[in-house]
Design a protein around this ligand. Sequence first.
Ligand SMILES: [Zn+2]
Length: 469
Amino acid sequence: MSYSNPHARALALILFFASLGRSQDFESRFAEIRDRATPQQLYSFLYALPKGGDLHHHAGLSIYARTALEVGLKQRQNGYRVYTRTSFHDCGDNENGAVILYQNINSANYAKLSPCRQSDFTPFDDLSATQRSAWISALILDQPGETRNEFFEEIVPRLSPFLRNPYYFADSFAENLKLFGREGVRYIEAQWSPIAMERPDGTIFPPDEAIAIFKKRMAQPDVIASGVQYRFHTTVIRFRDDVERQIAFQYEFIDRHRDLWVGINAAGREDNDKGYALRMLNAFREARRKHSAIPMSIHAGEKDSPGREVHDTLLLGASRIGHGLNLISDPDTMLLLRHNRYLVEINLISNRVLDYVPDLSKHPFPEYLRFGIPVCLNTDDRGSWDSNMTDEYMHAVQLFRLTWTEIKQLGHNSLTYSFAPEALKQKMLADYDRDLRQFEERFASGDWAAELSRIRPEISGYARKNLLP
Ligand SMILES: [Zn+2]
C-alpha cells in the first residue's frame, strides 16, 4: 500500500501502532474481565473465545446422552433394532453378576437370549418418557459415587450397539461438530476405529463401506457449515491379549486411509497391569519397519500412583501423551519434556469426575504449563461428563488465573501439535490468529459487560452443576 499524501501515511502509521498497542493492552483488559466478571459473564466470554483443537477426544463417548437418544431413535429407518434392559428377572442362568440396567443390545444378540431373559428388555423405541430419562442418566456420571468403575464397566458397554452402527456414528458425530463449532473449536482429532461396524443383522461391514456411509453424511451442508475440521486416530486397547496383532492391523489400516486417519493411539485402564507400555514396544517397532510417518498419541500416566509410564511411552515413539497425570512425580521425564516437542493432552474434567484428581486445584496442569511443557485442553469423553470445551477453559481460568498469553498458547499448541496435514494446520493457525485479533478488538474498548450480555452460550449440564452457582 502506498500513500502519496503524507497526512494519510501518518494516519496509517498511527492506526498500525494503535493496533499493536491494542494487542499488548489486551493482557490487562483480559485480567480486568477475568477478575471482575461474574461466573456467568466469564462463561459467556470463554464460550465466545476462538479456540483451537480438541486433540483428546473419544468420538463415541463424546456424544451427549440426549443426542445419543435422538439419533438412536432414528436408527429404525436404517433397519436397526435395539433392545434396552429395563428390568431383571431370575431366569436361573448365571447372569446375576453381569447385569447392567439400561444396557442396549442389537437384535442379533437379543434373538440369542432365552424368552425369560428377553423379558428383561424393552424395544428401545418403546421406552416410556421416564425410562428415556433414566436411559440418559445412565450414560452420564451425574450421581454421587459414580466414578471410573461406572464409566469403564457400564457406560462403555451400554452404548455398544450404537457405536457399531455407522449411520448412528456419522449422524451423532455431525451433531457434535456443530456444537463444537458454536463454541469456537475449529478442529477435532477423534479416536474412531471403523473396524467392527455392524449391519442391522449383526454381520460386519467391510471398513470401507462404513467409511463411505460416514463420508456421505460429512458431505451434507450442515456439517460443512460448522466449519470444524476433523481427523482420526485408531485406538488399540492396551490390556487385551491380542494387542500386538491390533497394532499391526491398525498400522495397515491407517496406511491405507491417510486422507482421514492421521495417528494411532492406545487406551484402556492403566490400573490393569496387562496394559503396561513396554509390552507394546516390539509391536510398535515392528510396525515402524513397515510404515512411515504415522505419529502416536498414547494415554499414559492416568493413574493414582507415581510411575514412569510417560517415560516408557515416549520410548514407544509417542509424540503426544494423553493425560500425563503422574508425570509430575517423574523429575527426569519432566526435564525431558521441558521446552521440547512433546505435548501433554490435559483433560481436567475427566480427571476430576473419574476421581484421579478430585480437587482440580491440585492438578499438575499449571505446573506443566508454566514449567515449559507444551499442553492443551481437551474434553476426552465429554458425553459422559455432560461438559464442553468452554467448561475446560472455565476451570483453568478460574483455578489458575490464566493470562491472555497463556490462553492463546493453549489454542496454538492444540493446532501446532495436531497431526493434521501441514497445509490444513497452517490454514487453521492463520484463521485462529485472525479470529483472536477480531475477538480482542471486540472487547478491547467500551463496555465489556454490555458486549458479553449479547452472547448466548449453550451451558452444559456439567457447568450448571459445577461452574455456575
Ligand atoms: Zn482418553
